[in-house]
Ligand binder design. Structure first.
Ligand SMILES: Nc1nc2c(ncn2[C@@H]2O[C@H](COP(=O)(O)OP(=O)(O)O)[C@@H](O)[C@H]2O)c(=O)[nH]1
Ligand SMILES: [Mg+2]
Length: 252
């Protein structure tokens, strides 16, 4: 059993990717399940095999503790750790090759509340990895690209798990994909763009940060994908098997 946590900013495509990746893996001979770990989500674009909403109800918490939606969501995520045993039991009954884990819409709930790290540590799965989504639409802007790169580095440092960066929504930003990939591989290309947006001290701060992240290998080339059209999934699945199974081929 391999566990793959899907992380990324709100609206980056975590839920769509969870469903699409599960279907894609199933279609390629793997046994995969989708686990929804977002207690506050309304509609999902896939049918979760295991769903945290069956053990934690945000509306109940709002009523019982007189909380607003945000407070109830924070409490719900904090409670996730205490309800993990029943989720784990359900997952183990499937005994899948891949567990695809959809995380809360607001990434900071999972990344920075204590339960996130606890869950990542105690989740079933012999090998674990993080798929971090760069929202293609958001990071077409160079300042956003840098800010999200910092966030990606923060997630990587926090979880210390094998980390695969993805550039999602490639179908929406076709002409910008090469531009963004260029930025992530060549600091000089990003710096050239940044000179149009920043001057003086700000320019030095951003370009210095970027070079530091690259020199420490915190920033790697993201794999362009589309959770909608499933473009890039072949490259994504081979990156996953490299990281998780040391390149083991699909079952026959
Ligand atoms: N065109 C396109 N839309 C996408 C893609 N990935 C996600 N979306 C859309 O972006 C919105 C947010 O996606 P969702 O999976 O709910 O994001 P989450 O908050 O990270 O779980 C939805 O309307 C999705 O249909 C993609 O690759 N291409
Ligand atoms: Mg979602």
């Amino acid at each position: 059993m391999n566990a793959v946590f899907i992380l990324g900013t709100a609206g980056s495509g975590k839920s769509l990717l969870t469903g699409a990746l599960k279907e894609w893996l199933l279609g390629n001979g793997w046994n995969a399940i989708a686990v929804n770990m977002d207690p506050g989500v309304g509609d999902l674009p896939y049918d979760p095999d295991v769903d945290v909403r069956t053990v934690i109800n945000v509306y109940d918490l709002m009523e019982r503790y007189q909380l607003g939606p945000n407070g109830a969501l924070v409490l719900a995520v904090d409670l996730l750790a205490t309800r993990l045993a029943s989720i784990v039991k359900e997952i183990e009954e499937y005994s899948p090759d891949y567990i695809i884990i959809d995380t809360p819409g607001q990434m900071e709930l999972f990344v920075y509340r204590p339960s996130g790290a606890y869950i990542a540590d105690h989740f079933p799965g012999t090998e674990k990895a993080i798929l971090f989504i760069f929202d293609g639409w958001l990071v077409s802007d160079p300042i956003n690209f840098l800010s999200v790169s910092l966030l990606a580095s923060s997630v990587r440092l926090k979880f210390r798990l094998p980390f695969i960066p993805l550039l999602n929504k490639s179908d929406l930003i076709e002409s910008d994909v090469q531009k963004i990939l260029g930025w992530s591989s060549k600091p000089s290309l990003l710096e050239k763009t940044l000179t149009k947006f920043l001057d003086g001290e700000n320019y030095l701060m951003y370009s210095g940060l970027f070079r530091f992240m690259r020199s420490r290998k915190l920033l790697e080339h993201p794999i362009p994908i589309s959770a909608k059209t499933r473009a890039g999934f072949v490259t994504l699945s081979s990156a996953m098997s490299n990281v998780l199974t040391g390149g083991e081929e699909k079952p026959v």
